[in-house]
Design a protein around this ligand. Structure first.
Ligand code: TMP
Length: 227
């Protein structure tokens, strides 16, 4: 049997660090691990990632609805080509770095698009394939704002050298105002209320080893033969 888990949370909440640690643990267990990234992983997904994360002059910016549909197109491709076939394999854990809840939180709550339309589009894009567990790394965006600014999460001063950027140099979502990030966070907390059995909220301000142990314990509860 295969399992599908996703990581969600605002900017700078430590998803990548936790995914790396978890992959290491799964790699030395009796399960195999496949890490996928949203948007990305497929050829179309990677092209859309560059497009969606690119900072553009105002006159070239796309509408929020187009943004929603492009994130969803990337997801549809990922579900059909990667997630569905891999879920048929045995002893595999798929870890998604963001999935459908990102769309509800960012495009729904962050961009204020209609939530019932988003639900419909999400159901189409995912073919109703939802994760077995979602780890929501939660923190107040104000506390995270320094992490959002610096790539090493440590430096006191923000300099051109340590400013946090996407690999292509983009800061499109990071540059959104604090209000946007607060709406995204509240959005995640609202989604949690709708899916309390699937989503596990973890305080992202704790030590990274405490967080990774919590994640591992929850995963072992879900997958009893994971050793
Ligand atoms: P990241 O992979 O570096 O987190 O970048 C992805 C960015 O795209 C992040 O700021 C969240 C945003 N995003 C959405 O707005 N909607 C989505 O559906 C997804 C998957 C990501």
């Amino acid at each position: 049997m295969s399992y599908f888990i996703s990581f969600e949370g605002g900017e700078g909440t430590g998803k990548s660090t936790q995914i790396k640690i978890l992959k290491g643990k799964i790699d030395s267990s009796n399960y195999k691990c496949l890490v996928i990234q949203e948007p990305g992983t497929t050829q179309l997904g990677n092209k859309l990632r560059n497009l969606l994360k690119k900072e553009t002059p105002k006159e070239e910016s796309i509408t929020y609805m187009s943004e929603l549909l492009l994130f969803s197109a990337a997801r549809s491709e990922l579900v059909t080509k990667i997630i569905k076939p891999n879920l048929k394999k045995n002893n595999l854990i798929i870890i998604a770095d963001r999935y459908v809840d990102s769309t509800t939180a960012y495009q729904g709550f962050g961009r204020n698009l209609d939530l019932s339309e988003i639900k419909l589009i999400n159901n189409i894009a995912t073919q109703m394939i939802y994760p077995d567990i979602t780890f929501l790394l939660d923190s107040n965006p104000k506390i995270m704002s320094h992490r959002i600014m610096t790539k090493d999460n440590q430096s006191k001063n923000v300099t051109p050298e340590n400013i946090r950027k996407d690999i292509k140099g983009s800061r499109k979502f990071e540059e959104e105002p604090l209000d946007f990030h607060n709406r995204v966070r509240n959005g995640y907390l609202e989604i949690l209320k709708s899916y309390p059995g699937r989503i596990i909220k973890i305080d992202a301000n704790q030590d990274k080893n405490i967080i990774s142990n919590l994640i591992w314990q929850n995963l072992q509860n879900k997958i009893p033969n994971l050793k």
